[in-house]
Design a protein around this ligand. Sequence first.
Ligand SMILES: [Zn+2]
Length: 135
Amino acid sequence: MTKQLSMLDQPTETLAYPPNFIERVALRKLPDGYWAYRFEALDYTAKPPTIFRITGGKPRTLKSGPRKGSLTVESGTSVEVYVTRAEALAEEQAYEDETGKCGACVDGKVRRFSEFVDCRRCGGTGRAVVKKVPT
Ligand SMILES: [Zn+2]
């Protein structure tokens, strides 16, 4: 039986997370076909953190063992890249410009614990909000 989240009567594909813009930037910096598998905020006490170290590696399929068939990272292929918060925000802006969708939610909903609530950024519309120029 599939686990159903409370207050939701929607097909599972709408339960996805919004794009991870840090990961999207990291994947461009990593070699082609690599996975990003470790995320660290280097200034994790800052609110919000501004610099992230992402470790990627070449994926391979496990040929045996209890996790047979699942993917792992080939040893010796790990590469570290750095992504700044500014780069992630620029990526989010590009996504919103391109798709017209809010980058912080999926169809106006964000996950909060086991619930989905209206996204505060777009007011639950799911549409990209035109940013005000900072004064
Ligand atoms: Zn939103």
